[in-house]
Design a protein around this ligand. Structure first.
Ligand code: NAD
Length: 296
């Protein structure tokens, strides 16, 4: 069993750290928010007084922070406090350039690193069924895999440093675009007098099938577990979808990829957020496409 420093004990970090404790690891946690430390302590995480305190003597460091700037600031603070050969795993969703810079900061000090963003949300973090998309050397991945296991349903090694973040934003760009496409199809069906169930029965078994309709259908009824049946409570909040779409656009601009539908989806989710729906599930965009508020 390992001693693991866990930095960033928010909505995702706290249940992830709890699963590492349950698996028998010693977990030392740090966060800036006292309430989050209190929750961690209730989950038998040992509370450290600082990031460097958490990292001192640890075998593994996991970060679960809001954005690239936070990850780089924390890495600059803690890397030199870690023991030689410590494994750094960053599971935050951040821009590819910052992920690569974080790899360089840690490897320059003799550490092993992977970027390992997740999908599966708070539910997956609690259940220990997250999908991890990992980027880093074979050696770092081999060491990270058993550490990630208690938090994971699936772990995919995507390539070298930054590849996990690349996979995450490509996947979520598909998701954002496909949810808008599915929403538009239901709105058109309504205008044509076609029932939600009829469109679902056809499209979910035909060439229109995709996760956004088959698993996460944005109208109530056909998929009883989708957020549409629960007043569009997240699930996956529109604010997080916008964050990921913006990261995809940033990466597209830097790499020269042409992503016109990704750009359009970013603008539509920006408008949806600007109208105050940042805490609505991202599938609630169907109501915006109808010209309604999600509660209508
Ligand atoms: P969150 O805001 O709940 O948690 C982030 C935590 O980091 C906060 O508790 C904050 O206090 C802490 N923090 C910030 N700076 C710090 C510092 N310098 N030192 C120590 N702690 C610091 O966010 P979250 O929902 O847990 O998401 C974390 C990451 O996971 C984000 O990058 C997000 O995009 C990604 N993610 C979230 C979800 C989700 O459904 N919430 C799903 C997939 C991926």
């Amino acid at each position: 069993m390992a001693t693991i420093a866990f930095i960033g004990l928010g909505n995702m970090g706290n249940p992830m750290a709890a699963n590492l404790v349950k698996a028998g690891h010693t977990v030392r946690g740090f966060d800036l928010v006292a309430e989050n430390l209190e929750t961690a302590s209730q989950n038998s995480v040992i509370i450290a007084e600082s990031g460097t305190g958490a990292v001192d003597g640890a075998d593994v460091v996991i970060t679960m922070l809001p954005a690239g700037a936070h990850v780089l600031a924390v890495y600059k603070d803690i890397v030199s406090a870690a023991k030689a050969g410590c494994l750094f795993i960053d599971s935050s969703t951040i821009d590819v350039a910052s992920a690569r810079e974080a790899h360089e900061l840690a490897t320059a000090q003799g550490m092993l690193t992977i970027d390992a963003p997740v999908s599966g949300g708070v539910g997956g973090a609690s259940a220990g069924t997250l999908t991890f998309m990992a980027g880093g050397s074979d050696e770092a991945f081999a060491r990270a895999e058993p550490i990630l296991q208690p938090m994971a349903g699936r772990i995919v090694h995507c390539g070298t440093g930054g590849s996990g973040q690349a996979a995450k934003i490509c996947n979520n760009m598909i998701l954002g675009i496909s949810m808008i496409g599915v929403g538009e199809a239901f709105v058109l069906a309504e205008k044509l007098g076609l029932s939600h169930q009829a469109l679902f029965d056809v499209a979910s078994t035909s060439s229109g099938q995709c996760w956004s309709i088959n698993t996460y259908c944005p109208v109530p009824g056909p998929v009883p577990t989708s957020p549409a049946n629960n007043d569009y409570k997240p699930g996956f909040a529109a604010a997080l979808m916008l964050k990921d779409l913006r990261l995809a656009q940033e990466a597209a601009q830097k790499s020269g990829a042409v992503t016109p539908l990704g750009a359009e989806a970013t603008q539509l989710y920006a408008l949806f957020n600007a109208l105050g729906h940042q805490d609505t599930d991202f599938s609630g965009i169907i109501n915006f496409l109808r010209g309604n508020q999600p509660a209508d």
